[in-house]
Design a protein around this ligand. Structure first.
Ligand SMILES: [Zn+2]
Length: 152
C-alpha cells in the first residue's frame, strides 16, 4: 500500500534491498544504511505505522522481542562497549522515515555521539511539579477513557 513512498515498506515487500538480520511475525530487523557505528540496526514494524503511539500492543510486543534478540546478537558479534536503543517520533525529534522503527546503535567510549546533553534546567521544584502534574492529569484522563492513541 505504501510501497511507492515508504522506503521501509519497499524493503519489507521485497522491492528494495537491505541487509535483513531477523524477522518476527510483526517485525523486521535490518542494518541502517547510515550507521552511527558499524552494526547499527533498525527494528521496524512489518505493517506501516507512523509512530510509537499508533502501534497495537501485539506489534509492540513483537518489536520488543526482536529488539532483545538482535541487541544480544550485536553485543555478542560486533562487541561494542555499549549500545543505545532509541526511537524518534516527529520531525522535531529527528524522525526521517515515517514508518515506525527502533534504532539499536552500538557505542564505544569517545565515539562523539551525545544522546543526552542537558539543555534545560527547571527553574524551581514548583516549575518541575507543574510539568509532572500536567502529565499525570493526562494519564488519568486517558486511562479513564481507555484512549491510548493520540496522533502527533
Ligand atoms: Zn512503510
Amino acid at each position: 500500500m505504501h510501497r511507492e513512498s515508504c522506503p521501509f515498506c519497499r524493503i519489507i515487500e521485497g522491492y528494495a534491498d537491505a541487509e535483513i538480520l531477523f524477522e518476527g511475525p510483526d517485525s523486521v530487523a535490518f542494518l541502517d544504511i547510515n550507521p552511527i557505528n558499524f552494526g547499527h540496526a533498525l527494528v521496524v514494524s512489518r505493517e506501516h505505522y507512523s509512530n510509537f503511539l499508533e502501534l497495537p500492543d501485539m506489534v509492540l510486543n513483537d518489536l520488543t522481542n526482536t529488539l532483545r534478540i538482535v541487541s544480544r546478537a550485536i553485543i555478542d558479534s560486533v562487541r561494542p562497549a555499549g549500545f543505545n536503543i532509541f526511537n524518534n517520533n516527529g520531525l522535531a525529534a529527528g524522525q526521517s522515515v515515517f514508518h515506525f522503527h527502533f534504532h539499536i546503535a552500538p557505542r564505544y567510549d569517545g565515539d562523539g555521539l551525545k544522546i543526552r546533553p542537558h539543555v534545560k534546567v527547571y527553574e524551581s521544584p514548583e516549575h518541575m511539579a507543574e510539568y509532572a502534574k500536567k502529565i499525570r492529569d493526562k494519564i488519568k484522563v486517558n486511562y479513564k477513557s481507555g484512549e491510548q492513541n493520540e496522533s502527533l
